[in-house]
Design a protein around this ligand. Structure first.
Ligand code: SF4
Length: 361
């Protein structure tokens, strides 16, 4: 199954945000070069593949310096084939962006930036344990524009305990008014390996979260964004090609500590331990810690589950026959609709999509 997307995980962070459950490495900046060289070695094992999108995720990829990016981009050019205008995204945190770095990233051919703003409300940024405030975010955004980036995603988090409707609307407006091309929405969740988990923090109830979700969609609609996935909004023509490949069940190569990959049948994941990753790659072996071969039924079901998250929907032919009755009931109840043989989630269905998905599995 070809072509693929390429995901490269850069785990370094200057500190751990309180909600974070990603594979990260704090206080390990001195290992950046060593890590970049390990990535180059790992990359060689996928040599010759054609790729359609490249994504540097983290962690904080923007913590790498110019030399590291040079090494990585040269290795990518050497090991993979791709079109000149390939979508190349990098995640960046506001405090790690300056104008010189932004200009340099642009010269490398990186053409999409995902900026981890999360909120423009300083009280909530502090609550999340972020390293930046709203003015740093605003400055970083304008520097990216000045450097010539015309495809910027902003992350927006909501559902903070006690967050009022007014606070939420103000936050969404402040972020939307910056004028980015894309906006990704995240609900605050308390993950077991996050610092919030230890505090036994309670989140607001599902009814309030559903109201907030509707509110965010309403404001973003007024600000000119179009929803194309349950948590993603964009201006016309700026949907993320990289994420779309995931949602369509396409293959992807995952490089780096904790990275996941998928070849169209097998899903695999690398060790989440930085030291272990370096040692394995250094000894010339793969860093894969586990894998799962998906059956035809599992592959179809994944496509259905992802397809129902997308506004374009999913072919009804992919629904396993033993779920057909359930789907018909949800169509009757107004959670789904069938349009030109495609199953789509309605506005009402989106509010309970997690529940619908868990009943489909
Ligand atoms: S949320 Fe992002 S910036 Fe914060 S610790 Fe996690 S990966 Fe790093």
């Amino acid at each position: 199954m070809n072509p693929s997307s390429l995901y490269i995980h850069i785990p370094f962070c200057s500190r751990k945000c309180l909600f974070c459950s990603f594979v990260i490495a704090v206080g390990q900046e001195h290992r950046r070069e060593e890590y970049v060289m390990a990535l180059v070695d790992e990359m060689k094992k996928s040599q010759g593949q054609r790729i359609e999108t490249i994504y540097f995720g983290g962690g904080t990829p923007s913590m790498l310096d110019e030399n590291h990016f040079d090494i990585l981009m040269n290795a990518i050019r050497k090991n993979f084939s791709f079109q000149k205008d390939i979508e190349i995204t990098i995640e960046a945190n506001p405090e790690s962006i300056n104008l010189a770095k932004a200009k340099f990233l642009k010269t490398l051919g990186i053409n999409r930036i995902s900026l981890g703003m999360q909120s423009m409300n300083d009280r909530y940024l502090k609550f999340l344990g972020r390293n930046h405030d709203a003015s740093v975010s605003r400055d970083a955004y304008h520097m990216l524009r000045e450097a010539g980036f015309n495809n910027i995603n902003l992350d927006l988090m909501y559902a903070f305990p006690g967050q009022t409707k007014e606070e939420l609307e103000e936050d969404v407006r402040h972020i939307a008014e910056l004028g980015s091309e894309h906006l990704s929405l995240y609900t605050l969740t308390i993950e077991p390996n996050s610092r919030f988990f230890a505090t036994q923090m309670k989140l607001d109830d599902d009814e309030k979260l559903a109201e907030q979700y509707v509110e965010v969609g309403r404001v973003l609609g007024e600000e000119g964004f179009k929803q194309y996935e349950i948590s993603n909004f964009s201006k016309a023509g700026f949907e993320s090609a990289h994420n779309r490949n995931y949602w369509l069940g396409g293959p992807y190569i995952g490089l780096g500590v904790g990275a996941h990959g998928f070849d169209g049948r097998r899903r695999y994941w690398n060790t989440p331990n930085l030291q272990d990753y370096m040692q394995r790659i250094g000894s010339g072996v793969l860093a894969i810690e586990g894998f799962e071969d998906l059956t035809d039924t599992q592959l179809s079901m994944e496509k259905v589950l992802f397809g129902l998250r997308m506004n374009e929907g999913v072919s009804e032919d992919l629904v396993p026959s033993d779920k057909a009755e359930l789907i018909q009931r949800w169509i009757k109840d107004g959670f789904l609709l069938l349009e030109e043989r495609k199953l789509k989630t309605t506005d009402q269905g989106r509010l309970v999509l997690d529940e619908l998905s868990s009943r489909l599995i």
